[in-house]
Design a protein around this ligand. Structure first.
Ligand SMILES: Cc1cc2nc3c(=O)[nH]c(=O)nc-3n(C[C@H](O)[C@H](O)[C@H](O)COP(=O)(O)OP(=O)(O)OC[C@H]3O[C@@H](n4cnc5c(N)ncnc54)[C@H](O)[C@@H]3O)c2cc1C
Length: 292
């Protein structure tokens, strides 16, 4: 690919397995890890001019990549990690690790991201997904978001201009989040850190963190738990190929060895059909399946 002005790493035919916590997927034609926001803008323009497919991902902790791979350019934000801390604020670029930012906030006695220790994504991915846990969501600490819009404009939105729902944000699939400003409450450092330790311990107890996974596969239906329904339907430990419903947590599908996207999709569909037939509940996926 003839593209000037990019200092970040650029590689051809990259196994998508290496870009996803599920460790699944074929080859990505081109992968770029930009180190500045202006490189992302340049890549966007290059792709428009050359009519090349382009997409942007974070840590790949909520993604299923196709076995056939991805054509065009895949931008990975994980090298875009600038951050500036204020007294109760943080201005951070999209690729910052959410868990690390949460930890640093705790060290500074800043409250609001206690829920986020143990969520393995980037800040940009967390905002796009409105990541949350233990009754809290990233939107609660969000102040402004800087994005590249679908028509190539850089814009900054106040949080009030956006809408958020359960694992949803109005920017999802419409704009690339480049950076954000977070606003925290001050709190007692020891209390914040203790809450994080407790949250991490709960995750370790409940989640199969020893095997590749992408967190909760299905959204919880209103007033119920996807994991409870799947477990009740008898799916724990069952699987297709290398994909297995975790015996530890029924809403996690783990890669027990060389799982393919086809295995995961077949398992997802079988669970959806069975749960619908047994309980009349339509399970919707939380994980995103990237095909283009
Ligand atoms: C063990 C484990 C535990 C988890 N626990 C939780 C949990 O408690 N709560 C929770 O909410 N999630 C959880 N997740 C899921 C996942 O970590 C979150 O959804 C996370 O916010 C995704 O961030 P990411 O950088 O990995 O995004 P990716 O997986 O790379 O991308 C997810 C989606 O966001 C889009 N996206 C990514 N970055 C940007 C950006 N900068 N701008 C615009 N769009 C973007 C992608 O295109 C894709 O559609 C868990 C996952 C794992 C593996």
């Amino acid at each position: 690919m003839l593209m000037n002005g990019i200092e970040g790493r650029m590689e051809q035919n990259v196994p998508l397995k290496t870009l996803s916590t599920w460790k699944i997927g074929g080859l990505a034609e081109w992968v770029v890890w930009p180190i500045t926001v202006s490189e992302i803008e340049k890549l966007w323009r290059f792709a428009q001019d050359e009519q090349i497919l382009i997409r942007l991902i974070g840590r790949g902790s909520n993604l299923l990549f196709p076995d056939e791979g991805l054509r065009g350019i895949t931008i990975v934000t994980t090298a875009l990690t600038g951050e500036v801390w204020g007294k109760c604020t943080l201005q951070a670029e999209a690729g910052c690790s959410l868990a690390r930012v949460a930890q640093e906030a705790g060290e500074r006695g800043l409250s609001g991201l206690e829920f986020a220790r143990g969520i393995p994504g980037t800040l940009g991915g967390a905002i796009a997904m409105n990541a949350g846990a233990h009754g809290e969501e990233i939107q609660n600490v969000l102040h402004t978001v800087k994005v590249l819009t679908e028509d190539g404009k850089i814009q900054t939105f106040a949080k009030e201009k956006l809408t958020f729902g359960y694992r949803e944000c109005s920017l999802q699939g419409k704009a690339w989040i480049l950076a954000a400003e977070l606003q925290f409450n001050t709190g007692k450092k020891e209390k914040i850190k203790a809450q994080m330790v407790e949250n991490l311990a709960r995750r370790k107890d409940a989640q199969p963190l020893e095997l590749p996974n992408a967190g909760s596969v299905f959204r919880n239906p209103p007033g119920d738990s996807a994991g409870r329904l799947i477990e009740q339907a008898g799916w724990k430990g069952k699987g297709v190929g290398g994909a297995q419903v975790s015996p530890k947590h029924a809403n996690f599908i783990v890669n027990v060895g060389n799982a393919t996207a086809a295995d995961v999709l077949a398992l997802i569909q079988a669970i959806q059909k069975d749960v619908f037939e047994k309980y009349g509940v339509e399970l919707r996926t939380e994980v995103h399946y990237l095909t283009v």
